[in-house]
Structures are given as structure tokens and as C-alpha cells.
Design a protein. Structure first.
Length: 221
């Protein structure tokens, strides 16, 4: 069976694969960074004593977590141009979609991290004259990030895998690059197998690093 495979097409297709991989990594890093920032703000909003703010954040998180990611990708790609009157483009649409979508998931991770910090530390911060934002910035969030770092990285691995869904809107990610190269050389199976190997190596390596990080954090605790 393997004799039917022609992996010699991989070498000339590497420029396509490299371009797709660069966009996939770029999308992952931007969505991770934006998702953590906005997710942290959403988490703080959900824990806020201001009922309207907490309710709005809760609705946003529940909405995003209740809709399949592929539908959200298509919605941003197809509906936003109708609202703005300008095409957003597949790559830009993917970045906006993943940042908005992942913020809901990162917010739940950060909310759990914030709630894991003993209330006594918050009270201690207030006792020495820190206001709410200073307590969050200097006392709560640094510890929450450390506690939740393995879970945040695990979510990022899932995000990296999910970026393949931008294939549906024609964004030139790693999977799209495999399709283009497969059509160019008329060897689609080989290209999909090769790209699957790339996904596996990257995700397995990151998972291994996350497990080591979890053990180190457990020792620190």
C-alpha cells in the first residue's frame, strides 16, 4: 500500500507548506494573545459587583461557548461585510473570529484562576491601601496566571488545531497549503498525510512541555 505513495512531491511543495504554517502560527499567537487579554477583562467583568457588566459578560461568554466555531467563522466572514459594506478578507476575518471566540474560553480559565486565590490575600492588599485594580494587578492576576498557565497553554494547543477550520473560508493556512500543493502535483493524499504529521509533531511537543510545566508548578506549590 505504501508503495503507491509518492513523497517526492513534498520537497517542491515546501514553500506552500511554509507559507501556510506561518499564517497558522501567526493566527494562533494573535488569537492567544488577544484572547487572553480580552478573556481576562471578561473574567473581571463576570466577577464584577456591577450587575449589568457581569450580565453582559456572562451572555457573551455563554453565547460564544454555545455556537460551533465553524459557524462563528462563517458568520464573521459573511455577515460583517454586509454590516460594514467592506469585505474583511479571509485572513483578517479569521484573526477577528478566533480572537473573539477564544476570549470566551480563556475568560473561563482566568475566572477559575482568579477565584482560586484566597480572599485573605485580597483583604491583605486592601489593608495596605491598594485599590481594587492594584490588588488585581499586583496580587491576584500574577498568581492566577501562574496557576492557570498549563491550562492556558492546553487551550492554545486546541486553538492551534482549530485554526484548520479557516480552510472553510479560503484562508491560506497549513491545511489550505496542503490542498494547493496536492492539486499542483496531483498528490493530495501525500500532502494531507505530511501536514497531519506536522500537526502531530507540534501538538505532541507542546503537550509534552505542558506536562513538564505542570509538574514544576506543582513542586512550587
Amino acid at each position: 500500500m505504501l508503495s503507491n505513495f509518492d513523497f517526492s512531491v513534498i520537497a517542491p511543495s515546501l514553500p506552500f507548506i511554509w507559507t501556510g504554517l506561518k499564517f497558522t502560527v501567526q493566527l494562533t499567537l494573535i488569537a492567544m494573545s488577544g484572547g487572553i487579554v480580552f478573556g481576562t477583562l471578561l473574567a473581571l467583568a463576570r466577577l464584577s459587583s456591577m450587575a449589568p457588566l457581569a450580565m453582559a459578560a456572562t451572555w457573551y461568554v455563554n453565547l460564544m461557548r454555545s455556537i460551533p466555531l465553524l459557524m462563528v467563522i462563517l458568520w464573521f466572514f459573511l455577515v460583517i461585510p454586509l454590516i460594514t459594506g467592506k469585505p474583511l478578507g479571509a485572513e483578517a476575518s479569521a484573526i477577528v473570529t478566533f480572537t473573539a471566540f477564544e476570549a470566551a474560553y480563556y475568560s473561563e480559565i482566568m475566572r477559575a484562576g482568579i477565584q482560586s486565590i484566597p480572599r485573605g490575600q485580597v483583604a491583605a492588599g486592601e489593608a495596605i491601601g491598594l485599590n481594587y485594580w492594584q490588588v488585581m494587578s499586583y496580587v491576584v492576576l500574577p498568581q492566577a496566571f501562574r496557576n492557570m498557565l498549563p491550562i492556558l497553554l492546553t487551550q492554545t494547543i486546541i486553538l492551534f488545531q482549530d485554526t484548520s477550520l479557516v480552510y472553510a473560508i479560503g484562508a491560506k493556512d497549513l491545511l489550505k497549503a496542503a490542498e494547493i500543493a496536492g492539486k499542483n502535483y496531483n498528490r493530495p493524499v501525500e500532502m494531507y498525510v505530511f501536514v497531519a504529521g506536522i500537526y502531530f509533531v507540534i501538538c505532541f511537543s507542546l503537550s509534552f512541555l505542558v506536562r513538564r510545566l505542570q509538574r514544576k508548578i506543582a513542586i512550587v506549590r
